[in-house]
Design a protein around this ligand. Sequence first.
Ligand code: PEP
Ligand code: MN
Length: 347
Amino acid sequence: MLIVMKPGAAAQEADAVINAIQKIGLRPHPMPGATRTAIGITGNQGPIDGRRFENLPGVAEVIRVTKPYKLITLDLRPEKTVVRVGNATIGGNELAIIAGPCAIENRDQAFAVAKAVHQSGARFFRGGVWKPRTSPYAFQGLGEKGWQIMTEIRKAFGLKIVTEALEEHHVDLIERHGDVIQIGARNMQNFSLLRRAGRSRQPVLLKRGMAATLEEWLLAAEYIMAEGNYNVILCERGVRTFTQHTRNTLDLASVPAIRRISHLPVIVDPSHGTGSAYMVTPLARAGVAVGADGLMVEVHNHPEVALSDGAQALTPSEYAQLIREVRAIRDVTTPIVNQGPIETKVA
Ligand code: PEP
Ligand code: MN
């Protein structure tokens, strides 16, 4: 159920609705918007009788939610969510760039890549400290030592740190020393981890599961939001298909498909989405053209000796060129997206 307040409703009126929801043991999720506040309700097992809210002062409408999601929808928040990370944003006017190595390997590597990321004007530095590897014998990440390096990079460059939490206690560390909690494809349906991230105040970057439908992915976002964390960024990173020319099939149609349903920002990861460095830039261009709010790109100063995902890593100079290209595309597409379709005048 969703309660929409009148455009001019007073804050006390919204508070009274929130109290009424809490009184019956349910959880209110107030979403203030540009023109009105909507209040989502979670915690009910079956349908709620909406008539009890209908006549409360300031209430414009009580809507029964028939879709499987409640909080991610445009019904709840018609404007796009802009996730703020300090002075950087994802989902706003700026194209969000999250770049860095697959894994933090050592201080020299991490600093060399961070320097290139900083120089490109990107605001976010990514890097795995704990790596979810297919083989238990593959490099698992530096752990504690990696965190130390991340902390230094954050301080030295002022970049916002994005790193993947594999376990709930990793979220504690990211809360203390990082900026954005990444939930990886392999953990998209790790519900206790989603709930833990949902109890955090830090933004959560939620990757699409390797074989997740749009609905499953959005319901994973719903898990995070249901716990009270509304700063969720969706990341399309490709899904497994029958193709063999790419590591995954990057489903760029998910960007407009999500836009139609949800207010959450969506970014594209052409690195895991293709698995090959030569495909990363073309697919990054396409991701921006299709309307993504940002990109996640893997960069390595020596891809040939990378301890993970070397084949898809761009060198710093390839990365710098990618950034120039995608910014040019963004400049062209932004006015089109903001103004709607271009009218062709027939003489
Ligand atoms: C990553 O971004 O480092 C990663 C492991 O990606 P994914 O979860 O999309 O496979
Ligand atoms: Mn990787």
